[in-house]
Write a protein that binds this ligand. Structure first.
Ligand code: ZN
Length: 501
């Protein structure tokens, strides 16, 4: 076949695969938001069938022949087409290593573990989750062994979420962050009485919380005609297809922060999905670059923007209008301080910016031991609690607020957590660059004008899909390779101001 015709055929096939992925994503979204309990077993089968079908179509030997035909004639393609081919070929080479049975077993084991996790977490009982998780873990180990890895099996897991990340590099990063954050955390906690968060710790009606969140999400430029917001136990964002990006929210009655910042976080992910260019829709490049960059978008909006003083200058009056009784007379400064309260806390998703990466470090330690085989599943809660005590100075009272709090392991996502920390670093670096390039950015935010920032992110990050690896994308967007310095500067400036360091 002519190289040009081979290319067109490959992209046509890829678009079909993408539709199957979309259908599976919709089934997963439904499982999290709508599915009746007794539908879980059937859903696990449906997802396994779809995963198997997609896999089978992808590893079709004709796909390999077309790739070879294209690779033999690189001069026939422009730079973007070569990037399309590179991504497609990489995915294909990975996929062809995996037997279809393993792909189906993994999909089924993930659904089963997810249901087991839900029950186990409700009861705070790790033992109720361990058997299903053990089966899933065994399959994941098999997958990593088949796919191969740089140095350690954990590298193979990381590769799935953040290409180029290694266990060794992350170990150094976390050691450095811990060393530099520890004195800041200690200094802030000594002055903990300087922040009074009672104003955000009252009863807040669900419908009004939703109204406030939707106002902010709209101001961020999230298009609700190309997306929706529903309720789930664990907030997430699913970019199902172009024009269909779904966020979920949760509800906490006695604290304004968790649900609000949860929605803003997911909307940050949602803007990335909505910002992927239409031109690249259903093509190999038409996807996010990796999870670190995805997380940089959510964390940038959640923390760097929505936990800033300019943001509260714009949105404190809105919040006061929505909650006239609870927030009467509350000032921007007061709300800004309250949403930046630093605590030794148990729950990652509710953690402040200063201690957040320590929560990630706990997971990084525990799951590495698990993957190395040094940690029997029965001992995991103990190891978790010990690590929490060592890094954060608190011990969970039960597994629900300890090792069962996150959904990730039940979805087979091991090696995922470090991308949260990478996202924090990228977010601060991107925002510094945006401040340099957008004149009057802080003043615009203080007027509630968030679109200039969204548009900058769209041009610098979203528009490229997965054309570049994370480090290259960050360097192109900001002018320097990824580094922790902007993040540490951001924390130092903010918490010095709030806590009078
Ligand atoms: Zn996220």
């Amino acid at each position: 076949m002519d190289a040009r015709a081979a290319y067109d055929d490959l992209l046509r096939r890829y678009a079909e695969l993408r539709d199957l992925t979309s259908a599976a994503a919709l089934l997963s979204w439904d499982q999290e938001t709508m599915l009746p309990k007794r539908g879980a077993a059937g859903r696990a089968r449906q997802l396994a069938t779809l995963a198997g079908l997609r896999h089978e179509r992808f590893i079709d030997p004709r796909v390999g022949e077309r790739i070879a035909e294209c690779e033999a004639a690189p001069g026939r393609f422009d730079e973007e087409e070569r990037a399309q081919l590179r991504e497609l070929a990489r995915d294909w080479r990975r996929a062809t290593k995996l037997p279809k049975e393993l792909v189906e077993e993994l999909a089924a084991a993930e659904s089963a573990a997810l249901e087991a996790w839900r029950d186990a977490r409700a009861r705070g009982d790790w033992k109720a989750f361990a058997p299903d998780f053990g089966r899933l873990l065994a399959l994941i180990r098999r997958k990593v062994a088949i796919l191969g890895f740089e140095k350690n099996p954990y590298d193979g897991l990381l590769d799935e979420y953040e290409r180029g990340a290694t266990e060794a590099a992350l170990e150094r990063l976390f050691a450095d962050l811990r060393a530099r954050l520890a004195p800041m955390v200690a200094a802030v906690l000594e002055r903990r009485d300087r922040v009074d968060a009672r104003v955000v710790r009252q009863r807040f009606d669900e419908a009004r919380q939703e109204e406030l969140a939707a106002t902010i999400v709209r101001a961020m430029g999230f298009d609700l005609e190309a997306g929706r917001i529903d309720r789930s136990s664990h907030p997430f964002c699913s970019g199902i297809a172009a024009g269909d990006v779904r966020l979920t929210r949760r509800f906490v009655a006695d604290d304004l922060r968790p649900a609000l910042f949860g929605v803003i976080h997911e909307a940050g992910h949602g803007l990335y999905e909505q910002g992927l260019p239409e031109r690249l829709d259903r093509t190999p490049l038409g996807e996010a670059c990796g999870l670190g960059v995805h997380e940089s978008q959510s964390r940038l909006w959640e923390n760097v923007v929505a936990r800033s003083l300019p943001f509260w200058r714009a949105f404190a009056p809105v919040a006061v209008r929505v909650f006239p009784e609870q927030l009467r007379g509350a000032t921007a400064e007061q709300l800004w301080r309250a949403v930046n309260q630093v605590e030794r806390s148990l729950i990652r998703v509710e953690a402040d910016e200063l201690t957040y990466n320590l929560h990630v470090a706990v997971r990084f330690e525990v799951e590495r031991a698990l993957v190395r085989g040094d940690l029997p599943l029965a001992d995991l809660p103990g190891a978790w609690n010990e690590t929490m005590q060592r890094l954060l100075g608190v011990t969970p009272a039960n597994d629900a607020e300890g090792c069962l709090q996150d959904i990730h392991w039940s979805m087979g996502a091991l090696g995922y957590f470090p991308t949260y920390t990478l996202g924090n670093l990228y977010a601060a670096q991107l925002f510094e660059a945006a401040q340099r390039e957008i004149t009057g950015l802080d003043a615009a935010i203080a007027r509630g004008e968030l679109l200039p920032l969204r548009d900058w992110l769209r041009a610098k990050v979203h528009a490229h899909g997965r054309r570049y690896e994370a480090s290259e994308l960050i360097e192109r967007a900001t002018g320097s390779p990824p580094t922790a310095e902007p993040f540490l500067r951001h924390l130092k400036t903010k918490f010095s101001a709030i806590y009078g360091l």
